[in-house]
Design a protein around this ligand. Structure first.
Ligand code: PLP
Length: 225
């Protein structure tokens, strides 16, 4: 099992190189350590290595880890969120990456005790297996969120297809970036949409080249083998 601090060094070098290639400042890119498949101790190791953003995709493991990790972490909910689980997690997360339907928005708005920072999840590649809105649904969806004053759409999130074909991956990320610009052009007060959550263990370098501001990395960073 490799140390997180060593994995992080490699990943940070790759992010720096990707930024250099396209003239970005590496400080614009936040790394989320996706700890969904590892125990609390490994999440604690991530924090000790200097990471602050942690990502979980189910309510129970999130709450379990938070019993032990009581400060210093920023929590990202990156999985599908069932409406009935909103109550359970809403006061335990700083960002939600999976806003994909109005019923969820309504429940989040209703249960919120502070502004909820949301990413709208987009299925850019339109794979059946993936959650998220189709590209053409996103603008009308974001417009329809106007009445929910407790929600702020700070960005968009997507997952690229699991493929070796780099051009398909790149197209997916480019598609999300283009969509982001369309939303920014609307100048919605409730949807500044400055952030892009994209890139995982196998494709984060491409995502950074294409404008990611949050990369969600599990296996390559905190993986146990
Ligand atoms: C699991 C997961 C990740 C991390 O995946 P790795 O390939 O292990 O880096 C990122 N985003 C989401 C939404 C996930 O569910």
């Amino acid at each position: 099992m490799t140390l997180i601090i060593d994995n992080l060094k490699d990943i940070q070098l790759n992010i720096n190189a990707a930024c250099e290639k396209v003239g970005r400042d590496p400080k614009e890119v936040q790394i989320i350590a996706v700890t969904k498949q590892v125990p609390t101790e490994r999440a604690e190791e991530a924090l000790a290595a200097g990471l602050i953003h942690l990502g979980e995709n189910r309510p129970e493991p999130l709450l379990e880890k938070q019993q032990h990790i009581t400060n210093g972490a920023v929590w990202h909910y990156i999985g599908t969120l069932q409406t009935r689980k909103v109550r359970k997690v809403i006061d335990h997360v700083d960002y939600i990456h999976s806003l994909d339907r109005l019923s969820l928005a309504e429940e989040l708005d209703k249960r919120a005790t502070k502004k909820i920072q949301c990413f709208v999840q987009v299925n850019v590649s339109e794979e059946d297996s993936k959650h998220g809105l189709k590209v053409e649904e996103v603008l009308p969806f974001i417009k329809s969120l106007t009445p929910y004053s407790n929600l702020s759409v700070i960005g968009l999130m997507t997952m690229a297809p699991n493929t070796e074909d780099e051009s398909i991956i790149r197209q997916t990320f480019k598609g999300l970036k283009q969509l982001q610009q369309q939303i920014i052009n609307q100048q919605y007060e409730h949807a500044p949409c400055t952030e892009l959550s994209m890139g995982m263990s196998h494709d984060y370098a491409i995502a950074v080249e294409e404008g990611a501001t949050f990369v969600r990395i599990g296996t390559a960073l905190v993986g146990l083998d």
